[in-house]
Design a protein around this ligand. Structure first.
Ligand SMILES: Cc1ncc(COP(=O)(O)O)c(C=O)c1O
Length: 493
């Protein structure tokens, strides 16, 4: 056992507990034959003394080896290295050495079938990012979330949360959301009208796949949200672009289109339209409902940004009125908490929910039930409600500061309206070329959103500047870089 003494070194500063370090080292020696099969091991007391560790730690290491099947205890004889090591040795397919992994498929891939989503390029860890309008993830109540996860994992009832469940999500969250949405958004619903999804994007995809056949006509805003347009296009739909003005999507233009051709689906963003941040007026909402009832088309109401209002109150969703079952209402916690939670919801009549739940099964049996149940607890104990109140207050301050800085830094180079809500400022660059400024800023360590993906061929020379995720210091640093970038390019008013 001298071998052991010399070759097992223990690092007390490591994140790996000492007993596991010892177990791992012993496994290493068994694998490499230094501790041969069938060898009788010294007693735990002796080994602990040899390695200068506590006997309990040694016993834990031996338990680990026993549990994994490397050693066995023979009553009244002692502890032995097993003869049959617990290692899986797959059989070779043929006697050839390993081949390099192929660069490409030999069969053809139809590139036209690959939706052209923008690639998120790798961003240096120290780069400063003005994003597209995301929350400050540092503020998300992650400790409380983890506490709920831990407590649910300990409860016996949570066994159901570890197995296969419903593709609609755990009942507890569906019930909780139904009552939260009826209290806060006037939706007259209960759990059977709610399905939990992995974010709003999955809801858009599921609704689109149930509704659309190749060649069907869909209306989207121009400019608009590329995530939805690319999805409908992927499903084979014909995309009809309708302008978006300061009051939301142009309903007169929609009325003309619906009178001319059979529209299957209209996709609208009622609050803080992506990208221009405008809110659809109550009058237009009511007219859209009338049109949908008359021409029998479905409306996806993507209320991804309902929670964030600074100077006005939110407008109740179309789904809160009598919509004859035409509205598929979609929401998300990506902005409320953080995108990592992958938690969205679809609200629709029960037959629709049942149908999309089965479509979901073709790609995903269910969501992450434990996480979803923990989120239900955070709603129930008021954590999410309190979080929304706090961040709305903070984001209002950040919005005001950001807009002041933007005006000071770029003056007449830009025009923008201070947004009523949401997390970004739709910033139009007047004479200055945004792409050139973005490239220069990137050289200086500031990333600003790529404006190429606003659903449209028009070059708006504009971008969404997210203010919510940057604190005041970060905003100031970002604006300094922007100012320097404009100066470096010699851009003048
Ligand atoms: C308008 C709109 N809808 C949906 C989404 C997707 O959200 P999720 O992260 O919930 O899939 C986004 C993301 O930014 C969005 O801007």
């Amino acid at each position: 056992m001298i071998v052991l003494k010399e070759s097992i070194s223990i690092d007390k500063t490591s994140e790996i507990p000492v007993y596991l370090q010892v177990a791992n080292a012993l496994i290493h020696h068994i694998r490499h034959g230094r501790l041969r099969r069938g060898l009788k091991l010294p007693g735990s007391r002796e080994m602990a003394a040899l390695l200068k560790i506590h006997r309990k730690t040694m016993l834990a290491a031996l338990d680990e080896l026993m549990a994994q099947g490397w050693i066995e205890m023979v009553p009244r004889k002692g502890t032995f290295v097993v003869n049959d090591l617990p290692e899986i040795k797959p059989k070779k397919l043929q006697e050839q050495g390993p081949a390099p992994y192929p660069e490409k498929t030999l069969f053809q891939i139809d590139e036209k079938r690959v939706p052209p989503f923008p690639l998120r390029s790798a961003i240096a860890a120290n780069a400063l990012v003005i994003n597209d309008g995301f929350p400050d993830i540092r503020l998300a109540p992650t400790e409380l979330f983890i506490r709920e996860m831990r407590s649910l994992s300990k409860q016996r009832s949570s066994k159901t949360l570890f197995g296969y469940g419903s593709p609609k999500g755990p009942d507890v969250l569906r019930e909780t959301l139904a009552s939260f949405l009826s209290d806060t958004r006037g939706l007259p619903i209960s759990a059977q009208h709610v399905m939990i999804t992995r974010g709003a994007q999955m809801g858009i995809y599921l609704a689109g796949s149930l509704l659309l056949q190749p060649g069907d006509h869909v209306i989207v805003g121009d400019p608009g949200y590329f995530g939805a347009t690319l999805t409908f296009r992927q499903l084979g739909a014909n995309i009809n672009f309708v302008p978006v003005d300061d009051f939301g999507i142009d309903v007169d233009a929609i009325a003309k289109l619906t009178a001319k051709k059979k529209i299957k689906l209209l996709y609208v963003i009622p609050h803080h339209h992506h990208p221009t941040t405008v809110t659809l007026t109550p009058e237009r909402r009511v007219r859209l409902l009338e049109l949908a009832a008359r021409y029998r088309f479905a409306i996806i109401e993507d209320d991804y940004d309902y929670d964030f209002h600074y100077t006005s109150n939110p407008v109740l969703p179309m789904a809160s009125l009598d919509h004859h079952g035409n509205i598929i209402y979609i929401g998300t916690l990506s902005k409320t908490l953080a995108p990592t939670f992958r938690l969205g919801f679809v609200v629709a009549p029960e037959n629709f929910i049942n149908a999309i739940a089965n479509i979901r099964k073709t790609i995903d049996w269910q969501g992450d039930s434990l996480m979803e149940a923990a989120i239900a607890q955070l709603y129930r104990n008021g954590t999410i409600g309190r979080h929304i109140k706090k961040v709305v207050k903070l984001y209002r301050e950040r919005r005001d500061h950001f807009c002041r800085l933007l005006q000071q830094a770029l003056g007449d180079h830009v025009s923008f309206k201070i947004p009523d809500g949401g997390m970004s400022v739709w910033t139009k660059f007047n004479n200055a070329n945004l792409k050139r400024i973005a490239a220069k800023a990137a050289e200086k360590g500031l990333i600003i959103p790529d404006p190429s993906f606003y659903n449209t061929n028009t070059n708006f020379n504009a971008t969404r500047m997210g203010f919510a995720s940057l604190n005041i210091k970060e905003q100031e640093r970002a604006m300094e870089i922007l100012t320097k970038s404009v100066e470096a390019l010699g851009i003048r008013n």
